[in-house]
Design a protein around this ligand. Structure first.
Ligand code: AKB
Length: 325
């Protein structure tokens, strides 16, 4: 297994990418982690903590320029169009997610890279899947273009592992909840927005029903899972690009109730929109036994601990008048 030395992070301005980049810089050295984004201005912290460049993942030349300039041997490919935005523009979703992924795979091959980390999502599932404790191996029939690109991406990654021996890893992220960067255009975004609005307005209008249950994870667990999988012993991996991982599952009422313990006059109303059908097509809970066995995955955060931490951080920022930064 080759050593990780020079890392490229695509989508580093996004919800996961922004915190992952900082964690990678702490672990591998700031000058060894090259953050990239498409258009959105990076935060001060991201820009000042190490190299940052604008690239277009759909253009192989644009990515290759950075790969050559920095001698990149590892990529964390976080750039993607998520489920809700993807339904608004399926063609864009296909272009960014599929061409972005194949460009990273081709560059991985051309430059004989040490490691490619290419995440997937719970969006791979759809009709015909058992909704409770969804198994690692089951039918993958997504109902969104985002899901289609994630299924195709997983299969493509596994093909490059088997055909060319590339070292590729990926996990099926559940909804990720964080206090730092807002998510952009996913179906699970309500589980982040509810905290911000609870702190700002003590009221939230939720775009999915009260009884909607989805698998979720707090950002510290998400970062840990991503770093641990990246460093796992390749020889012990049976799976590569499609690991189920789970941390917690709850419906919106349980989420609201956990917030009400800290903000008793918080209220929620429900106005389900087109995202309800997407949420209904995804599992309630996930069986992550393979991730636990093959690379030791174990979550640390549950709903109550996450709510306490989220509210503490958001309330501190709100008191300084910079809730949304
Ligand atoms: C989305 O809601 O689209 C994402 C995901 C589950 O991959 N958060």
């Amino acid at each position: 297994m080759k050593e990780i030395k020079k890392i490229l992070v695509t989508g580093s301005v996004g919800q996961i990418g922004s915190e992952l980049t900082i964690a990678l810089r702490e672990k591998y050295g700031a000058e060894n982690v090259i953050a990239t984004g498409r258009k959105t201005k990076p935060s001060k912290e991201l820009e000042e903590s190490g190299p940052f460049h604008f690239i277009d993942v759909t253009s192989i030349e644009s990515v290759e320029e950075i790969v050559k300039q920095y001698n990149i041997d590892t990529v964390f490919h976080m750039a993607a169009i998520l489920s809700a935005v993807g339904e608004g523009n399926p063609q864009l979703c296909w272009n960014v997610n599929m061409n972005g992924t194949i460009n990273i795979l081709e560059l991985g091959l051309k430059y004989d890279m040490a490691r490619l980390v290419i995440p997937s999502s719970i969006a791979v599932w759809g009709k015909g899947v058992p909704l409770d404790n969804t198994p690692q191996e089951t039918v993958l029939k997504p109902s969104t273009m985002y899901g289609v690109t994630k299924v195709a991406g997983e299969i493509l990654c596994d093909y490059y592992v088997q055909r060319f021996g590339l070292d590729i890893r990926g996990l099926r992220y559940p909804g990720i909840i964080s206090s730092e960067t807002l998510p952009g255009g996913g179906t699970t975004d309500y589980a982040v927005a509810i905290y911000y609005e609870a702190v700002e307005k003590k009221h939230y209008t939720c775009f999915v029903r009260e009884d909607t249950v989805l698998p979720m994870m707090y950002m510290p667990d998400c970062i840990k899972a991503t770093l641990d999988l990246a460093e796992a012993d390749f020889d012990k991996l049976v799976h590569h690009s499609d690991f189920n991982i789970a941390a917690m599952s709850f419906d919106v009422k349980e989420l609201a109730d956990s917030i009400k313990k800290h903000i008793p006059d918080f209220s929620v109303e429900y106005a389900p929109d087109h995202r309800q059908a997407i949420a209904d097509s995804w599992p309630n809970s996930i069986d992550d036994a393979c991730a636990r066995q093959e690379w030791g995955w174990k979550p640390a955060w549950d709903l109550e601990a996450m709510t306490e931490d989220m509210l503490e951080k958001l309330e501190a920022r709100n008191n300084e008048g910079r809730l949304y930064r």
